[in-house]
Design a protein around this ligand. Structure first.
Ligand code: AHG
Ligand code: MN
Ligand code: MN
Length: 311
């Protein structure tokens, strides 16, 4: 079943369908850029973004591709992008807002490790982008990896489509994704080990405990592209943790366009998320590029970590 056939079979409203088709077309352009054209996709653009991070050429290409894809959609009033300090006002009364990380995993572009794009779709209300993640109508990511996949969540369900690169059609390969309640993968950048809260250290040590046979109980996986780390854990069962650290006192990941959409997809597939104080989806954002501590994954594992904070 192609994406278009899938949309025909569902009763999402036409605005949502149009947004999904915008993401489809933008992501196919991204696939073509990365895998077919390959010209000028590596290295730095020489610019820095609002968060003082070096902007890669592919960050800008992705930003342009998706802004262009959404530009002509009169249902979209505003776009918030990681790569733009200010909100982009499309100057129409569209019903929806889009927050995006056009290229997630920038540090992996030049070393041939999967990268992604992340989208959060909100209703255009007077709170603008400063709404709880629970308000999201649709959340989506694309992963440009071994295959190109588009995953989205809507109406409590999550679906995965894989790009057939011969005819450039997304095909439904993962109907109703359901994440395992627990798993054996833990994903964290242990370079930050010595500046993490003691509960996180305790949890990592728990993951490294051996079973009575002296064999490992968990496996560690962290590749530095949130989309890819989350996607693997969602399918196999696991936990992703990016806590506050000395280098990132507020956390590394951005609430509105990284954590919220991933947390929404996690929830719709049966997983859970937290900022270690409350559910990520219940956090009311204070500013558009706000960072947060982020934990997402299998319910039982998230609860296990949270239980360490209660003693
Ligand atoms: P981005 O490329 O959009 O800036 O996001 C990178 C994020 C995320 O994808 C990843 O999990 C994390 O940063 C990695 O951070 P560290 O390099 O500190 O591990
Ligand atoms: Mn990112
Ligand atoms: Mn990014």
């Amino acid at each position: 079943m192609t994406l278009q056939q899938f949309l025909n079979s569902k009763n999402f409203n036409s605005e949502i369908n149009e947004i999904l088709l915008n993401i489809e077309s933008g992501s196919i352009k991204m696939y073509e850029k990365i895998n077919e054209e390959t010209d000028d996709i590596f290295g730095s653009s020489g610019q820095k973004n609002v968060q003082d991070e070096e902007v890669q050429k592919l960050d800008l290409i992705a930003n342009d591709i998706f802004i262009h894809a959404f530009n002509t959609n009169s249902n979209i009033a505003k776009i918030l992008s990681e790569e733009n300090e200010d909100i982009i006002d499309l100057k129409n009364n569209g019903k929806y807002l889009i927050a995006m990380d056009p290229l997630d995993g920038s540090s992996n572009i030049d070393v041939n490790i999967p990268v992604g794009s992340i989208f959060s779709i909100l209703k255009n209300t007077e709170d603008g982008f400063l709404q709880n993640g629970a308000n999201q109508k649709l959340a989506c990511y694309v992963i440009y990896g071994t295959t190109t996949m588009m995953v989205f969540a809507i109406n409590q369900a999550a679906y995965g489509f894989t790009l057939n690169t011969k005819n450039k059609q997304y095909v439904l390969t993962h109907p109703n994704i359901s994440t395992p309640n627990t798993g054996n993968i833990f994903s964290i950048n242990e370079g930050n080990f010595n500046s993490m809260e003691k509960e996180i250290i305790e949890f990592i040590n728990y993951c490294k405990e051996l079973n009575p046979d002296g064999k490992r109980t968990h496996t560690g996986r962290f590749i530095g592209s949130l989309v890819a780390d989350f996607h693997r854990n969602m399918l196999k069962g696991g936990i992703f943790i990016y806590p506050t650290t000395a280098d990132r006192p507020q956390g590394q990941l951005r609430l509105i366009y990284e954590c919220n959409p991933i947390a929404f997809i996690a929830k719709c597939s049966g997983g859970d998320s937290t900022n270690l104080t409350q559910n990520i989806l219940d956090v009311k954002p204070k500013n558009i590029h706000q960072r947060t501590a982020f934990v997402v994954g299998s319910k039982q594992m998230v609860n296990q970590l949270l239980s360490l904070y209660k003693v």
